[in-house]
Design a protein around this ligand. Sequence first.
Ligand code: SF4
Ligand code: SF4
Length: 289
Amino acid sequence: MLPIDKWADEFMAGPANDLGRPDGPPEPAYGPPLLGYGAGDDPIWTEFKETVGPEHWTPLEAFNLAFPGRGAKAGDLSVISWVLPQTPATLREQRAAREFPGERWVRSRWHGQSEVVAGLGRFLLQKFEAAGLLALTPETRPEWQMLPSERFTYISRWSQRHAAFAAGLGSFGLCDGLITPVGKAMRAGSIIVKLKLPTRPRPYTDPYEYCLFRHSGQCGRCIKRCPAGAISPAGHDKKICAAYLNQTASHTAALWPDLADKYGCGLCQTGVPCESRIPPCPAPDDHEA
Ligand code: SF4
Ligand code: SF4
């Protein structure tokens, strides 16, 4: 058995896990990683064609783009998904935000995404290649796209949150974030490898199992946290959210010149009971925004 969890811990404990702040000492972008494993022939991947859209890749479709003609079968593949939790410093800053995101949040969205979330993918890719295995990170394929969608405004050909859901790492919240054991204030990545890895049954059956509101009508704190009115008891309006995100770039440009044109929000992911854990029921008051 390859030490995949150990590889991820090694990468996250190293210098690459940095927020990329131009001033001051290095600072970790994320906390310790949480990994989950999904089977390439899990029927959930085909179900995503219904729930997300027909354009969403199965692991086999993504694999065949990278390695055509290898005759791989869905059952030969595994998907490894990782969740990287925001740090206490980023959470503190973001909880205090009321309209626009904190500096650390924006840096984790951009520098953190390209150097740490995707960096971990590149690191694992090298490890698998060194072990003589075929592997790919779907989001870095040239064919990967965000596509317009009548139903959802836009959809991804490979949604990291859905991959994490499939790998047993969490269920969705009212705001569309994925509530994991380390909360929904996190970023996720994944890699597909031609190797059969042991998987466990998902610890949930309902896609919204960990959301207090969707499950029991309690909470709804993410509704109050959203400065754009994009979340309601009916769910998350991606169109309103996207329009608000576009406006935030001028705010970051004014405050942090090196972040010019970098949008961000994520206020719905902090100051809520599901920020850093699966929320206990009834909803506690300790993360009241
Ligand atoms: S803040 Fe409450 S309603 Fe919103 S996703 Fe979390 S648990 Fe669900
Ligand atoms: S990211 Fe911001 S605008 Fe979008 S739903 Fe969350 S709080 Fe609202």
